[in-house]
Design a protein around this ligand. Structure first.
Ligand code: NAD
Length: 450
């Protein structure tokens, strides 16, 4: 079904226009212009789909795209330059050069939780890398996906960039095509399906997945700031953020104070929004029902109220949760934060190691030894010391998971790297021809390869 489109894109790609620096810069500017001109519609669609406020939509979906485009335009000339590298002693006379070659025709599959950002941020990488692209946005945010398609259709020809709306079936059909690269953002379960499909044709993939991201609050932490930054990072977008803190581990000595500060911050940041129905909704009834069952799995010490018609759940804190309950065995992805305690900071290491590598990890501590201990001994995609989520929003840090939370990374230079292939070329001299390889002298060889 999509073979014709992919064929068209391949033909266009092979004409070479997308490879040129000037073309790529022009298209990045065009993308920025397109988003700017349709900002209002995007914000409106995000409101319809997820009840996101204008401020939240701009802060988390649109603003970061402008920043990423600007950064990419500024650095692209340098990134695209062939890189000269040293030669080995065995290769005297030659030079090494690495060319960043576009991958070709690429597929971007996006999720629903940040449906604008997560469709367009990979596209910035695709354009910067000199590729053609097909975007498959999420069916769970139909209003936003429609605007994404309208924007792309208006500003880019189909043989260069296309959007194909649809659900699982569309995704499956696209995955049968012969793409040169697949960039997938979504759940671990679907990530496995994508990789399996890609493997059949040996198509390289980047998988931006999810998981359970812990936050540790040490007794040395600035508790007021920790409470504020955790409340913001957890309950933004009703907890439907891949890097939202999934559960909290707090030192026994400061637990009561931390919880009271956290409750205060939840009220300051979200109470008005919840009361005036401006708090983001849970994306679907199925997701909503799943979250309601979690409310039964511990003692609610804050929030726990919900509105079935609006699909909203107020920011909720849970205590006395068992590790073997469902809530601790899947990504929560909603506005519910279970809180656990520890006596010695070392105790959190086996607790976290026992589970799959998280996408993010956060530690709040003033004590440098505690920060170092946890950052060095735990394995995870990325994270913050004394903050949440913010590591994802800068083009200067590669963003991605490890193990179950993903393969590969993007943002800034890493997006360009993800969407290009390192083509290594050895430029050999013709001025002389060393005889060693033709008539190997073992004594000399042993000296060369010491
Ligand atoms: P999802 O995996 O259900 O869907 C993602 C995309 O895959 C959608 O476009 C969907 O249509 C498609 N899809 C669904 N089932 C498919 C199948 N069987 N075969 C092929 N395609 C299929 O994810 P979601 O519910 O949209 O998003 C939530 C998940 O995404 C969470 O786990 C979250 O942590 C993760 N996420 C990760 C990041 C990141 O950057 N690492 C960002 C946002 C969300």
């Amino acid at each position: 079904m999509y073979a014709e489109l992919i064929g068209k894109q391949r033909k266009y790609f092979e004409q070479g226009e997308t490879h040129e620096l000037t073309f790529r810069i022009k298209q990045l500017k065009q993308l920025k212009k397109a988003i700017k001109e349709h900002e209002h519609e995007l914000i409106e669609a995000l409101h319809k789909d997820l009840n996101k406020s204008e401020e939240e939509a701009f802060l988390t979906e649109i603003g970061p795209l402008y920043q990423e485009i600007k950064h990419t335009i500024n650095h692209l000339p340098k990134w695209m330059k062939p890189k000269r590298v040293k030669t080995a002693i065995s290769h005297i006379g030659s030079r090494g050069v690495i060319y960043s070659e576009p991958r070709g025709v690429t597929l971007i599959i996006a999720p629903w939780n940040y449906p604008v950002q997560l469709a367009f941020a990979p596209l910035i990488g695709a354009i910067a890398g000199g590729n053609c692209a097909v975007i498959k946005p999420s069916e769970l945010t139909p209003n936003t996906s429609k605007i994404v398609r309208i924007i792309i259709e208006k500003y880019f020809p189909e043989e260069y960039i296309a959007v194909k709306e649809g659900a699982v079936e569309t995704s499956k059909q696209l995955l049968e095509q012969r793409f040169d690269y697949i960039f997938f953002t979504g759940s671990v379960a679907v990530g496995k399906v994508v990789m399996e499909q890609a493997a059949k044709q040996l198509i390289p993939v980047t998988l931006e997945l999810g998981g359970k991201s812990p936050v540790v609050i040490d007794k040395s932490a600035r508790l007021d700031l920790a409470a504020k930054r955790i409340a913001w990072g957890k309950f933004l977008n009703a907890g439907q953020t891949c890097v939202a803190p999934d559960y909290a581990l707090v030192h026994e000595d400061v637990k009561d104070l931390f919880i009271s500060l956290l409750k205060k911050q939840i009220d300051l940041l979200f109470r008005e929004k919840v009361e005036s129905q401006l708090y983001p909704r849970v994306v679907s009834e199925r997701h909503f029902n799943r979250l309601l069952t979690f409310l039964e799995e511990g003692d609610v010490i804050k929030g726990g109220t919900y509105n079935r018609e609006q699909l909203t759940i107020s920011p909720t804190l849970l205590e006395n949760v068992n590790w073997d309950q469902a809530i601790m065995n899947e990504e929560i992805f909603g506005p519910i934060l279970p809180i656990f305690t520890f006596d010695q900071v070392e105790e959190v290491i086996p607790i976290i190691r026992e589970r799959a590598n998280p996408l993010a990890f956060y530690v709040f501590a003033e004590d440098r030894a505690v920060q170092d201990l946890l950052i060095k001994n735990l394995s995870f995609g990325g994270g913050c010391i004394n903050d949440t989520i913010m590591h994802l929003a800068t083009p200067h840090l590669p963003f991605g998971g490890k193990g179950e939370s993903g393969i590969g990374a993007y943002h800034g230079y890493e997006s360009f790297a993800a969407f290009t292939h390192n083509k290594s070329i050895l430029k050999q001299t013709t001025r002389f021809d060393l005889p060693l390889r033709y008539k190997p002298d073992l004594k000399l060889l042993r000296k060369v390869f010491r």
